[in-house]
Design a protein around this ligand. Structure first.
Ligand code: PEP
Length: 301
């Protein structure tokens, strides 16, 4: 078992994703000071407090799709879009190096739990960082189902990603047969992540029955589930919760407006460049302009 020194991980001194309501007003007055769509110099993710800046998170998961030509077209079109939200695109890892001139962020779809060694076919978080990834999807339902990834294994990967300052996007969610007991499934999947500092983890609530099916939970169901997750993580800081499952240009804005939802994870619709562009454009609104629309929970302990 690899020993991880969590004390030294994370972003020195800053708390980019913290959601303390108490600093909201202060940060709002400073919102113009950051590049709200792009990267910091050097291609690093901007470690700013997204939520305090009214930014939402829009993640594209290409799965094992796309090619070099598609990347070029995608970059050409998506680079033309200005947004006040954070865009993260997760292509197959073999395409990451073609994203050099992408104005937004790039993530991987998986990583291994070790930094180096005899692990044929795997990629370490360190290598992914070198390649230009700032984020990594972990525990996607397809990896849990097809590659039998357990909650423990996903957590080991999380530790390794955090150790390398690669921001994890941990996917959780229930299968169709477990729909009526989603809280039990989420409790099991999230129980390992109840430490104080979650190191900028994004948790993606993805009901498996919603992925690629055009079936989505009601806004009420999404908010209730996200509130349940936030309750589980009530003693933690530095995390966000996004929703994934059949998100498209027509429903993205509504889903983003659900109380407690910090962003969306888009699968199939991100492979249609015009559709994904519309997702970004449709969500490019001041969703959190009034206190009424701001989720009431606080993610600082
Ligand atoms: C996914 O695979 O994570 C996903 C959300 O897919 P889709 O948007 O196609 O349902």
């Amino acid at each position: 078992m690899v020993e991880y020194n969590l004390a030294k991980v994370g972003v020195e001194g800053s708390n980019p994703f913290a959601r303390s309501r108490s600093v909201k007003a202060v940060v709002r007055s400073e919102r113009c000071c950051v590049d709200r769509g792009g990267k910091d110099a050097g291609g690093e993710a901007s470690f700013v407090n997204l939520i305090e800046l009214n930014m939402k998170i829009i993640i594209a998961n290409w799965k094992m799709n796309g090619n070099v030509g598609f990347v070029k077209l995608f970059i050409e079109k998506i680079n033309q879009v200005s947004t006040n939200n954070r865009i993260i695109v997760c292509p197959p890892v073999s395409l990451v190096s073609f994203f050099g001139n992408f104005r937004y962020h790039v993530g991987a779809q998986n990583c291994f739990s070790r930094i180096a060694g005899a692990f044929t076919g795997e990629n370490s978080p360190q290598l992914l960082k070198e390649l230009g990834c700032s984020y990594v999807l972990l525990g996607h339902s397809e990896r849990r189902a097809i590659f039998a990834e357990s909650d423990d294994f996903v957590y080991e990967k999380w530790l390794a990603a955090v150790e390398q300052n690669l921001m994890p996007i941990v996917c959780v969610g229930e299968n169709l047969q477990d729909r009526t007991r989603s809280s039990e499934i989420l409790t099991r999947q999230l129980s390992r992540y109840q430490q104080k500092d979650l190191h900028n983890t994004i948790f993606a609530y993805e009901p498996v029955w919603s992925i690629g099916t055009a079936k989505i939970p009601s806004a009420q169901e999404i908010s209730t589930t996200v509130a349940f997750m936030a309750d589980m993580l009530a003693h933690s800081i530095n995390y966000n919760i996004v929703y994934g499952g059949s998100v498209n240009a027509a429903n993205a804005e509504t889903i983003l407006a659900c109380p407690g939802v910090d962003g969306i994870l888009v699968g199939g619709a991100s492979l249609d460049i015009d559709e994904f562009r519309s997702v970004i454009e449709n969500c490019n609104v001041e969703l959190l302009e009034t206190d009424q629309k701001i989720p009431s929970r606080t993610r600082n302990s």
